[in-house]
Design a protein around this ligand. Structure first.
Ligand code: SF4
Length: 65
């Protein structure tokens, strides 16, 4: 699974960071992003990433299987 985040849509609500802090983080500039090393999601985290994508109020998170 690959994950990407569209910063132009993100409302910085923090939901994805709360649901899956291993993959999503707040960057130094105050935006939310996928951690560089987590763009290819480890299989054990796929469920949490899917939950974060489903819960994103801005549909800013895209997953590819
Ligand atoms: S859940 Fe969506 S809108 Fe909220 S911080 Fe994450 S990507 Fe941004």
């Amino acid at each position: 699974m690959k994950v990407s985040l569209d910063k132009s849509k993100c409302m910085v609500c923090g939901s994805c960071v709360g649901l899956c802090p291993a993959v999503f983080e707040m960057a130094g500039d105050g935006t939310i992003d996928v951690k560089k090393e987590m763009k290819d999601v480890p299989s054990k985290l796929e469920g949490d990433v899917q939950s974060a994508a489903d819960a994103c109020p801005a549909t800013a998170i895209t997953v590819e299987k």
